[in-house]
Design a binder for this molecule. Structure first.
Ligand code: PMP
Length: 360
């Protein structure tokens, strides 16, 4: 068996020990005589798996007791509709900061349900920064203010948590959840698709302050009504059971690594190896403003894009895959989520040096 270093932006690499444990438990979970995939979501075995996963996530992130944790379907793009349906609470508009491709999708979808007020945008610098908080033109009557805490395509990450006062802060954390400690109490709602730092695609995590739910628009599908799901322990409909089980194993893996502070140290170390080399090289470049560079997704360009194909081919031959940048921006992108070992980033930089020496 040969495992590659997988730099995919998502679905992305998972910790090898998690995959091994899932493989060992595939046919017979804890003496139940069946796979987790085959269990009733209402049986005592799965209810225990679900409860443990929620408990571990609460512990890892320090989620206060007045927040609900929901394990849903629909993905982060689904949340672009589901969040306004649930959180407008009689108000007409929400605020948003536009930091790139994923923010743009949130704006477009949100306009179906609300007036969308773009309080700041980094479009003028081609989405290579996060607009300074002092410049945001916020509306005190907005239902909430939405940010994308890490733009997966652009490689731009917030290095601060905005203080939005009485207007609840909503964050799409799909690509940096669990990468470092955060103060959940500063947020009204956090959502994330699972397929980067958590587990398989198909699971969407929503963490929401309980006073914000219960006023969904009448058109809201019941399966996506946060109050109905909270009252039913995320089992109003059949939840993505196997994905929740794998997420639970990942939460236990993170705890065993030392929790989110240890994850942050691990992620900073990896990002530094790559960014330091990019800064020193005149062959490769990264356009993102210092202080806004993502610890999770590192886009870079070669001096001559005619060399891109050769670069990707050589990487593949050396066991490094999925380095091609998003189709909308081109170039390269190395996604280095929690499960990427330091050795993977070191192997990438060693190859980049080799390639540079051969083509400079
Ligand atoms: N938001 C962000 C920040 C993302 O990275 C992604 C997926 N790459 C999405 C939203 C969309 O997720 P999904 O396709 O699971 O709906």
């Amino acid at each position: 068996m040969t495992r590659v270093f997988n730099f995919s932006a998502g679905p992305a690499a998972l910790p090898e020990v998690v995959l091994q444990q899932a493989a060992a438990e595939m046919l017979d979970w804890h003496g139940s005589g069946m796979s987790v995939m085959e269990m009733s979501h209402r049986g005592k075995e799965f209810i225990a798996i679900h409860a443990q996963a929620e408990k571990d996530l609460r512990e890892l992130m320090g989620i206060p007791t007045n927040y609900k944790v929901l394990f849903l379907q629909g993905g982060a793009i689904g949340e672009n509709a589901i969040v306004p349906m649930n959180l407008l609470r009689g108000k007409a508009s929400f605020d948003i900061v536009n930091t790139g491709e994923w923010s743009k999708k949130t704006i477009k979808e949100g306009k179906k349900y609300a007036k969308v007020n773009v309080v700041a945008t980094s479009e003028a610098d081609n989405f290579t920064s996060v607009p300074a908080f002092e410049t945001w033109k916020r509306d005190p009557d907005a239902a909430y203010l939405h940010i994308c805490s890490n733009e997966t395509i652009g490689g731009v990450e917030y290095n601060f948590t905005p203080d939005t006062g009485d207007v609840p802060l909503v964050a799409d954390m799909s690509s940096n959840i669990l990468s470092r400690p955060i103060d959940v109490s500063k947020y009204g709602l956090i959502y994330a698709g699972a397929q980067k730092n958590i587990g398989p695609a198909g699971l969407t995590i929503v963490i929401v302050r309980e006073d914000l739910i219960g006023q969904a628009l009448p058109i809201t599908p019941s399966a996506f009504d946060f109050k109905q799901q909270a009252d039913a322990d995320s089992m109003y409909n059949t939840p993505p059971t196997y994905a929740i089980y794998i997420a639970g194993l990942v939460f236990q893996w993170i705890k065993a690594q030392g929790g989110l502070a240890a994850m942050e140290a691990h992620n900073r170390k990896k990002a530094a190896v790559l960014y330091d080399y990019l800064a020193a090289s005149s062959f490769y470049s990264n356009p993102i403003a210092e202080g806004c560079r993502s610890l999770m997704n590192v886009p870079f360009r070669l001096k001559d894009e005619a060399l891109d194909e050769a670069f990707l081919k050589g990487a593949k031959e050396r066991g490094m895959v999925q380095l091609k940048g998003h189709r909308s921006v081109g170039g390269m992108r190395a996604s280095i989520y929690n499960a990427m070992p330091v050795a993977g980033v070191e192997a990438l930089v060693a190859y980049m040096k080799e390639f540079e020496a051969a083509h400079a």
